[in-house]
Design a protein. Sequence first.
Lengths: 189, 145
Amino acid sequence: MPIRNARFNQFGGIDCEVEARGEWVPFTASEDDSEAFGRQVYATAAADSGTAAYVAPDPEPEPDPEDALAQARAAVNAERDRRLGTTFAFAGKDYDCDKASLARITGAATLAGFAMGAGAKAGNLRWHGGKADFTWIAADNSLTTMDAQTCFAFGNVAATNQSAHIFAGHAIKATDPIPADFTNDKYWP
Amino acid sequence: MADWTELDTNTLLPGEPLTSAKALAFFENPVALAEGAADAPSLYVGLAAKLVAGGLGSLVFAWSTGADVTFGGTVAGSALRPVGAARALSTRGASSLSVLLTSGSALTGTWTCLGYFDSVASASAPGEDTSTISIFGATLWQRTL
């Protein structure tokens, strides 16, 4: 059987091409092959001085410690951002705190601060000047009315949630090495 | 369909006449074997007795260390690793996990792909979600040389 491109492999066998039915096909020959012709191909190729020796592939380069650290920090940032994109608790309810929600909360809390400065009283639910009570939608889609003081406190809790996560992420990234289980709740507020 | 004719070896000894009935048996018996005629020895029994795992004609469910292989493509046995198939996948929590089924040793000979070997397929969540999933393929192969 015609053989070409024979080369020993890492298992002690010989990888080559053999001609079958008019075409060259890849073949692994071994002296332990259950097929007699496989053992014959091995014997033929092994006796051929043209059969190439096995060359081990170049070992994988060691990862750059700086790259590994940068990747680990990026992963912590991603986890922080994931958590910040979920919800935070205020007065017994969970509220969305994704980027768009946070912008709305910050805006409302700022207006509430101005209203308080202008004399808005506790319990006044129309401190914003509208014709309906000031209401916020919680993550469970329920409605919560808020006076200016409550809305201002609501904004403060949202901002505190943001900073607590940012500092928690900072603390994790400052740990050497960064813990592999940094996504565990025990590291986060 | 050719009929199988049982020949008494005593009728084949030197000096015995070569009758037309014997000649017909010589002519028809190989055809009867190929057609699986009644009373003919079963070729399958002989083949099955020789079939061993990893031998010519045997099947293996395996993955390849090389590139994707389409239906009918061939690879050298040294690139194949026998492996099982999973019936379920379950994850909990937010951690990134990876698990691999145990593989067997490299094979010998030439193997023809009987499915489609897709080395890896991945998908990523849209938007800012960093979730990804990757599945690593394996398929059925038959030793053809």
